[in-house]
Design a protein around this ligand. Structure first.
Ligand SMILES: [Zn+2]
Length: 111
């Protein structure tokens, strides 16, 4: 028997990588667009090298990520997440739409 799981995750309608501006633009709907600076995405990486799997403590020092960090390569994983290869050679992070959206929300709240 096949179990069909319905995802409640919102998928962006459009994704643009603005390499010159170091921004990832996600269009969620007609009136909601997120613009995420690359450095904020890189600082929010939750891979095993950046966050302790057991304690959830962040191993990565956000200060160590330079604001000029570039995305060397950006790709989609299935239709639920994005992968980045950063100019600091880090590439093990997987960013789901939900995660990217939560980063966008956090940035907005900090403003
Ligand atoms: Zn990482």
């Amino acid at each position: 028997m096949r179990v069909v799981r319905k995802s409640l995750m919102q998928t962006p309608q459009n994704v643009r990588v603005l390499k010159d501006d170091r921004i990832l633009e996600l269009v969620w709907s007609e009136d909601e667009t997120s613009r995420l600076p690359f450095c904020e995405i890189r600082r929010s990486c939750r891979c095993a090298a950046c966050v302790d799997e057991f304690t959830g403590r962040q191993i990565l020092d956000p200060e160590s990520v330079d604001e000029t960090i570039a995305a060397v390569d950006v790709s989609l994983t299935g239709n639920y997440a994005m992968k980045f290869r950063w100019s600091d050679t880090h590439d093990s992070g997987l960013f789901t739409w939900d995660h990217l959206r939560s980063i966008a929300k956090r940035i907005q709240e900090e403003k």
